[in-house]
Design a protein around this ligand. Sequence first.
Ligand SMILES: NC(=O)c1ccc[n+]([C@@H]2O[C@H](COP(=O)([O-])OP(=O)(O)OC[C@H]3O[C@@H](n4cnc5c(N)ncnc54)[C@H](OP(=O)(O)O)[C@@H]3O)[C@@H](O)[C@H]2O)c1
Length: 288
Amino acid sequence: MSTPTIAVTGATGQLGRIVVRLLRERHPDQPVIALVRDPAKAQDLAALGAQVRLFDYDQPETLAPALAGVDKLLLISGNAVGERARQHGAVIAAAKAAGVGLIAYTSVLRAAETPLAIAAEHKATEAILSEAGVPYVLLRHGWYCENYVFRIVAAVESGTLVTCAGDGRISAATRQDYAEAAVAILTAPEPQAGKVYELAGSTSFTFADLAADAARLSGKPVAFVNLPKAEFEEALVKIGTPPFVAGLIAKSDHGAAEGGLLEEGGTLERLIGHPTTPMRSVIAAALA
Ligand SMILES: NC(=O)c1ccc[n+]([C@@H]2O[C@H](COP(=O)([O-])OP(=O)(O)OC[C@H]3O[C@@H](n4cnc5c(N)ncnc54)[C@H](OP(=O)(O)O)[C@@H]3O)[C@@H](O)[C@H]2O)c1
């Protein structure tokens, strides 16, 4: 049997770049196609041996031709919040037309029942996949550790880490961890169609833990302050956060308070063969 060709969307994004690099490093005989909306940004991926193809979710004419010969497609969810279900739908239709054998989609943790507001477009994409008639596997991601870095750096400067997450626990993992899982799934010898992976960090933390680690690692006091959601969102806007972003952060922290970011099944570490990167290591690197 010939080696399946793997294509990765969003390949010039933060997660996509790691996936392409790992595929080339760990599976050098595996043909890899980097699907990008700006090939000029993908020279490093070409240098790694990936074939670069133009692929813009908003230019439907670029989609099906770029998927010619693709056996497995990693559809990394887009970053244009509000446009994503439509964009993903266009990719899924093109993949079907091109005869792609498997779509692996990066969804959100426990998409079906999550309290997270951001999940709506992931749920919609999962629904499109279930009706499309193309074999698919769901890589449902918990939060990325990197999401918290800018707030921790700011908290060390201001002396206060503000949230509305209360004592909600968060099982975050790094993009590197999630990328390793994607590579394991895309290259697994056993069939992946129909599988659902709930992927999250090996350990969990609260915002109080983040504040304590930030204080210990920086040597500066960092107070943990919990506010009601509306007050927290207002406070973010007052310090200059764009209202849309403030809303996303407040909804995310509120989702943590409701248990939406905790996952203790250990699936991610089993897939990648090691515990995920601890949040404390990410904080230490950010403050170094
Ligand atoms: N679970 C979490 O905590 C978490 C956190 C952040 C993001 N996410 C989700 O995970 C995805 C990957 O994360 P990331 O950090 O890699 O995000 P990212 O760096 O923003 O990458 C998003 C990728 O999508 C590509 N893209 C955007 N619009 C496109 C279009 N119209 N056509 C083709 N490609 C398009 C971007 O292309 P360019 O390279 O040309 O900009 C980029 O490569 C995000 O898009 C988001 O859906 C999850």
